[in-house]
Design a protein around this ligand. Sequence first.
Ligand code: ADP
Length: 368
Amino acid sequence: KTSSSPEIPAHVSHSPPRDAANSVKVVVRVRPVNRREREGVRIVHKDSSASLSVEGQTFHFDSVLGPDSSQEDVFMSVGVPLVESSLAGFNATVLSYGQTGSGKTYTMWGPPSAMLDGRSINSYQGLVPRIFQTLFSEIQKKQESSEQKQVNYQCRCSFLEIYNEQINDLLDPTQRNLQIQGDPRAGFHVENLTDEYVTTIEDVTHILVKGLSNRKVGATSVNSKSSRSHIVFTCILESWCKGSSSIFSSSKSSRISLVDLAGIDMDTVDGVGKHCLKEAKHIKQSLSKLGKVVTLLATVSQPGKDQNIPYKDSCLTHLLQDTLGGNAKVTFICAISPNDRHKAGTLSTLRFGERARLVQNKALINEI
Ligand code: ADP
């Protein structure tokens, strides 16, 4: 039997108590039923602002956003703290996790037509465009305020996908099979990945639209354009004080990473030929390695001290090494369908989310 997302091994019996300030945050978003599912049975029930139940099993998270939640609700819960953290100099990462058709793409980016409307916020716009609209408007406010007039900000962005265990540049499709360089102390980077400087929300929108149009998608029965790759949009935000006598005393650098993980679609695994099977196998394997890293990290009492976490087992975990258990503020958005047809994937996603909440990060300020 093929699971719609990897099972978390049940061998971990003693998890350390949760330190909320430095733990990975998990927000669950339940998408509304679609037309085809109206006749189906709704098995997911929101019990409170932070818990839900599925057929009598209760799950606890940092926040649960029900089927009637808006894109604005997601932004208030995840985007506002992220913008605040990155302006304060923390690295921040958001990852969307869930089976195909559960609402990851809708939540992260919004429908393409909504994203193209870069400057004004419209109700369909996803989390990522909202984050950058707010980030740029906060920077502008800071620069206009008298005490921060002297602060310079610089932003550069990159966009990659991990497809069949290969890293491809979404901003330059000729750059394929790129290698990860660096180490846990110095941080990781992808060699030869395009880096573009951005100064306005239009610049970011241009990059997002270009990158997303280069993403590998495949046709499946759940969703006609299902994502077949993990994608990572990264922005490095640097700030420094013009008038300072020492540039080192006043400089900050923070990294915003926005990760949309591919999901498994059981129908694809069963039905659609060898090409899709290979893709599905790679997605399943890399999500399973992510599950393993998260499970092991959930038992580590001192973040960063455990040398035996198998980060290098997959491109995804290798790239996330300085994020998971590292010095970033991390939020998972676990996307689920309320329908009984998707029960196996929903339960698997919720179990992953509960485990991810136990991972502690260092969340250190990142001064250069
Ligand atoms: P995934 O990226 O997880 O495969 P999508 O984001 O593409 O899933 O969502 C699947 C379908 O459900 C899409 O047609 C999308 O527009 C719709 N959808 C998902 N979440 C919502 C939501 N919160 N409100 C309205 N429609 C949604």
